[in-house]
Write a protein that binds this ligand. Sequence first.
Ligand code: AMP
Length: 529
Amino acid sequence: MAEETETKMTFADLGLEEKVLKALDDMGFEEPSPIQEQTIPMLLNGKDVIGQAQTGTGKTAAFGAPIVQRWDPKVRGIQALVLAPTRELAIQVAEELSKIGKYARIKTIAIYGGQSIDRQIRSLRFGVDVVIGTPGRIMDHMRRGTLNLSEVRMVVLDEADEMLDMGFVDDIEFILKETPATRQTLLFSATMPDEIKRLGSRYMKEPHHIAASPQQLTVPQIEQFFYEVRPAFKTDALCRVLDMENVERAICFCRTKKGVDELVEALQTRGYLAEGIHGDMNQAQRNRVMSKFKEGNVELLVATDVAARGLDIQDVTHVFNFDVPQDPESYVHRIGRTGRAGRAGTAVTFTSAREFGQLRLIERVTKTRIQRKPLPSVMDVAEKQREQLKERLVKVMDDGQLAFYKEVADELLDEYDAEILLAAALKMLSGEAKAPTAPSVDFGDTGAEAGMVRLFLNVGRQQLIQPADVVRSIASQTGIPGNVIGLINIYDRFTFVEVPKDVAAQVVQAMQDATIKGRSVNIEPAKRR
Ligand code: AMP
């Protein structure tokens, strides 16, 4: 591919100041996403904006950066209010805003139902600058007089269509009426039903409409599929796919520089030949990585969109979207690197449930079908590794020239059993191969029976947990069959469960953000008392 000379906007070009730029750089963002490029200058100019954007497009930073920049340190009180449909989104937005506001020292708080209201009242009293909350709980605080909105100058309705679907429209209107009329109002929504338009015309001042990627795009005809995985499980999922697919030369795209570094480290630890490339690396470092990749000493190049843009890389067998691209153009651009010159190529995208809408938008704009695939289980990978081991051995057999080894074999066969000998030889052979998908971690003595690891789960009888719940959850999270799960002891407040040693690390990792009977659980190796 020819090097591209097209210059892209930078965050500084959009009018953002040093304190925000520095924070965005720390977060690993290299350049603005399309929605940010369009929205940020308008918001900095004090305009009201209606943005049609899904999760995964960078919409949070699109309103977050202007909130931080427009924040006035001389004013005491809440200066920005973000309304979000769910607790999860409120927390996520609060986290992102506090990262963007790191150098401005902005205090953010997420306020949602289900959390102790007293604690929220204490935090509010302590003084916060930005509140992100679900409409119901915000109303609660307003009724109690524990939320003073008189200094609010920016209100954001995030995922407005979701809030309407959840029946929050009256609450939203009530809250908007209670904020100063001089406020700047922003509305983000994946879809634009009439009710949203009505909200816009009633409560916003000549809002500017911004939509991401309306034009149609064409994509190369290559195999495209996606896996739906929880964010914490993505690295594992990628490893499983790498083990199952015949990946020779691949590019894996991450959203941020930080993401590239973290993924490369995780992959290298697990024995994959991976190298990263991103904007913080100097030319010499990039050249080194690129020549390794070209010589075939690297099977997987992990890159940000920005770093990959200037690279002349052709005929990769696979393109992996470790993060869903922020706009359809970037999807087309990424996957265009495979399937060149009539060769077969595969594009694989990992998506969380929340980013699903963004994937569907990409499908719509590109008029292609991205097929869902079930993630290979640990057992599928193990089976594949077995097959590969057999194939390698048979190939050596077919290649012949074994006279010397036959002599050694004869000598050994005089002394040992043939099956055991072959097994030992296979073990030696697989020892040269890549480390298994999950590094088998030595958890020490957990008090489990031989070959097993005892794990501690922080739920028990009081949470009405039964053995079947534990088995079901572990089996579905990790893909290991329920019948390999060993002894389960349920106590009042906790549970012990034994799992085979070779999958224990995988279980611990996969269960990190799992739920059992709707409760989040904590799982860790048991300590022998
Ligand atoms: P959102 O659509 O706001 O939920 O953002 C999706 C993800 O993209 C979040 O993890 C953000 O931190 C990340 N993100 C937002 N803007 C950028 C950017 N310009 N470059 C890289 N990552 C970004």
